[in-house]
Ligand binder design. Structure first.
Ligand code: ATP
Ligand code: MG
Length: 274
C-alpha cells in the first residue's frame, strides 16, 4: 500500500491553510498528525478523501492521483477512505445498527435506505463488527443513549462497513474522557494491526501520538515541520511543532492532565508537577 502526498496546498482567500505538504508512505502505517489549532490538520485530511478540493498538488494512492478522480471513481475512493470525526456524526435518534448500516450507503439506493431495507447479510455483518468492537449488545439502542466512547466505536463500525483501505480520523478522542479515549485508540490500533488498514489520525495530544503511532507528522502554519518516529519526537521537536515559548510544557498537551478537574490541577501545580 503506498500513499504519496506531493506538494499539496490549500488556499482559502488570502490564507494558505495547507502549504506545500509532501510525504510518502510505503506500507499501511498508523500515522498521527499533530499541531496547534489552525495548523491545517483537518483541511489536510479532508483533501485526502475529497471533502475539500486541493488548490495544488497531488495525492497518489497506489500510483493513482486521487485528486483527479471524478464521478463514480471519486465515490469509490471516498468509500476506500472512511472518515471518523470528533463529534461522531451519528444520527442520534436512530438505533445503533442502522447507524452502522449507513456505512453501506454508497452501495444502496436512497429508497432502500429510506425504508431501512438492508439485506440481512449486511445486518449480520454490522452486528459482527459491533461485536468485534465490544458493543454488540448496544445494537438495538438509540445512538444518543450511548456513552461518548461507545458512540465513537459505533462510528468506527460504520466506517468498517465500507471495508476501507484507509481510516481518516479527525481528532477521534478530543471529546472523550481519558478512559474512553484509550478504548477508542486501542480499537483503531487493533483494526490497523489485524486488518492491515492504514490509519491517519489528527491528534491533539503528544502522549497519544507517541503511544499509538509509528510515524508522526507535525504541522505548523500549514507546513510539515516534523516527520519522524515517536522516538524522534523529543520535547524540543514538540516545541518546534507547537511553536511554544519558554512556558511550553509537555503536560499542557496531555489528555490525562487536561481532563483533571480544577482542584487536582491546582494541587499538582502547587506540587510543581505541571
Ligand atoms: N472552509 C474554510 N474557509 C476558510 N478558511 C478555512 C476553512 N476551513 C479552514 N480554514 C482555515 O484554514 C486554517 C486551517 O484550519 P484547520 O481546520 O485545517 O486547522 P486544524 O489544524 O484542524 O485546527 P484545529 O486543531 O483547531 O482543528 C485555519 O486558519 C482556518 O481558519
Ligand atoms: Mg481540526
Amino acid at each position: 500500500m503506498s500513499l504519496e502526498v506531493e506538494k499539496v496546498t490549500k488556499v482559502f482567500g488570502q490564507n494558505t491553510a495547507v502549504d506545500n505538504v509532501s510525504f510518502a508512505v510505503d506500507r499501511p502505517g498508523f500515522i498521527g498528525i499533530i499541531g496547534r489549532s489552525g495548523a491545517g490538520k483537518s483541511t489536510f485530511l479532508r483533501m485526502i478523501n475529497r471533502l475539500t478540493d486541493a488548490s495544488m498538488g497531488a495525492i497518489r494512492f497506489e500510483g493513482r492521483n486521487v485528486l483527479e478522480l471524478r464521478g463514480s471513481a471519486k465515490r469509490a475512493w471516498q468509500s476506500d477512505c472512511a472518515m471518523i470525526f470528533q463529534q461522531f456524526n451519528l444520527v442520534p435518534r436512530l438505533d445503533v445498527v442502522s447507524n452502522v448500516l449507513h456505512g453501506t450507503l454508497n452501495r444502496h439506493s436512497a429508497l432502500t435506505t429510506f425504508f431501512n431495507l438492508y439485506p440481512s447479510a449486511d445486518i449480520h455483518r454490522a452486528i459482527d463488527i459491533l461485536d468485534r468492537l465490544g458493543i454488540a449488545e448496544q445494537a438495538p439502542k438509540r445512538a444518543e443513549a450511548l456513552s461518548g466512547g461507545q458512540q465513537q466505536r459505533v462510528a468506527i463500525a460504520r466506517a468498517l462497513m465500507q471495508d476501507p483501505r484507509i481510516i481518516l480520523a479527525d481528532e477521534p478522542i478530543a471529546s472523550l474522557d481519558p478512559m474512553n479515549a484509550q478504548v477508542v485508540m486501542d480499537a483503531l490500533r487493533r483494526i490497523h494491526e489485524e486488518d492491515g488498514r492504514m490509519v491517519i489520525a489528527n491528534l491533539h495530544t503528544l502522549d497519544t501520538a507517541r503511544r499509538y503511532c509509528d510515524r508522526v507528522i507535525g504541522m505548523r502554519d500549514g507546513r510539515v515541520v516534523f516527520d519522524g518516529t515517536p522516538d524522534q519526537l523529543t520535547t524540543g521537536a514538540a516545541r518546534d511543532i507547537y511553536g511554544a515559548d519558554a512556558s511550553f510544557s509537555e503536560a499542557s498537551t496531555s489528555t490525562s492532565i487536561n481532563a483533571l478537574d480544577e482542584t487536582s490541577r491546582a494541587m499538582m501545580e502547587e506540587a510543581e508537577l505541571l
